[in-house]
Design a protein around this ligand. Structure first.
Ligand code: CTP
Length: 397
């Protein structure tokens, strides 16, 4: 699967560094060549000798090692790779990356590379949840850095929670997705996902029950076929998939702006459950109970992102796909919606409460296109996503 690929593996100084030894072995089993780089701290956890023996390659350790510089300068080292993997990515390494530091070999390589970077964070749960780490994570994903994990579980320090480095097979999958030579290689696809939150005041908002499951599955499937995916997501229940560029938004207007900022694209898939209305008289400070009566909310219509993009006169993506969440007369309403909004395909689904689709793991959809309405049997949201991604690949071929 990874035959002929060269991976620059930066091993950070964390207890999970021992898993990176297995990662090297598995990457090589898949046919990849691994060039290992150890940070100073990593050498406290694994020895250069064991890393080098497993990789069957020289281990790069120090920026100012003159022999290294003469053999292969750090710029060349980072350019020769097809993918840069940081595992474990410690809180400190993430902070350096987010801040653009270049004060040792690992951080300099990360600054000098023009290749995709995949990180597998690993740290104590409190360090992971610390606002600084979360801020750095948001910066990194915004920069297009791919993230796998961390997992939740018992940690070496005796605590429990998210922070454990993803398991090796999961990292291998993310490497595969990042390097995928699929039919969508070189294509840019925008996916919107999740609900939007429309503020009432600084602490209250209007939302909906969308979990983001279908959009997340779609983004994962498209990335799996090699697409460069920009994933514009509202506050969803689940983490975004590995291998995509994540843009986080709260409101419909922010989502429109993010989509417009991500254009041009070969295709755009609008799976988000966008709030149709926002509160026009949202308060700037927290609304208080008063004796004079109940608050009255006034609404304004939100921009329709799908319709706006579908009706672009210049720079419209070649294929625009919308979703239609309906509770009755699904096909008729969805067909009318497709005509009204001007998208190429609409994926219609019945979200009546008895179907359990909204927020559930399955979906029963009908794909409406120029070719008519094609109803698929009920299947997992992942399978729906894979099928849509395949059809998108065929349409763009
Ligand atoms: N959509 C959008 N922007 C909006 C509203 C909806 O991009 N402001 C997109 C959704 O992402 C989805 C499609 O439009 O792809 C249909 O969403 P849906 O909620 O089913 O339709 P509505 O526009 O709300 O239409 P209606 O009120 O008639 O159901």
């Amino acid at each position: 699967m990874l035959a002929g690929k060269r991976i620059l593996l930066i091993i950070g100084g964390g207890i999970a560094a021992f898993k990176s030894l297995d990662l090297i072995r598995r990457l090589r089993d898949q046919g990849a060549t691994v060039t290992p780089v150890l940070t100073k701290a990593a050498e406290e956890f694994v020895t250069p000798l064991s890393v080098s023996a497993l990789a069957a390659e020289k281990v790069y350790r120090d920026l100012f090692d003159l022999t290294d510089e003469a053999e292969m300068g750090h710029i060349e080292l980072s350019r020769a790779a097809d993918l840069v993997v940081v595992a474990p990515a410690t809180a400190d390494l993430m902070a350096k990356m987010a801040g653009g530091h270049a004060n040792d070999l690992a951080s300099t390589l990360l600054m000098a590379t023009d290749k995709r970077v995949l990180i597998a964070p690993s740290m104590n749960v409190r360090m992971w949840e610390h606002p600084a780490t979360q801020r750095n994570l948001a910066t990194l994903t915004g920069d297009g850095v791919l993230v796998v994990g961390p997992d939740e579980g018992a940690m070496a320090c005796g605590e429990f929670g998210p922070g454990r480095m993803a398991e090796v097979p999961q990292i291998i999958d993310a490497v595969g997705a990042a390097l995928a030579d699929g039919p969508l290689k070189g294509r840019h696809v925008i996916v919107t996902s999740g609900p939007t939150h429309e503020p009432i005041d600084p602490v209250r908002y209007i939302a909906n029950r969308s979990s983001g499951a279908q959009g997340t599955a779609l983004a994962r499937a498209l990335a799996g076929l090699g697409a460069h995916v920009t994933f514009v997501t509202g506050p969803a229940d689940m983490p975004p998939p590995a291998g995509v560029k994540v843009v986080r938004v709260q409101t419909a207007r922010q989502m429109l702006e993010a989509v417009q900022g991500a254009l041009p694209a070969d295709a755009a898939v609008f799976a988000a459950a966008v709030a149709d209305w926002r509160v026009a008289n949202a308060a700037d400070s927290k609304m208080k109970k008063t004796k004079t009566g109940l608050p009255v909310l006034e609404f304004a219509e939100n921009p329709d992102i799908l319709a706006t993009v579908s009706q672009m006169e210049t720079g419209r993506p070649g294929l625009v796909v919308g979703f239609a969440a309906e509770t009755d007369d699904v096909i008729a309403h969805a067909t009318a919606k497709r005509d009204r909004k001007g998208c190429d395909w609409i994926v219609a689904n019945d979200v009546s409460p008895e179907t359990g689709i909204m927020g559930g793991s399955e979906n029963a959809v009908t794909l409406i296109s120029d070719a008519g309405a094609d109803s698929w049997p009920r299947m997992g949201k992942d399978q729906v996503a894979n099928r849509i991604a395949q059809l998108i690949a065929e349409a763009l071929a």
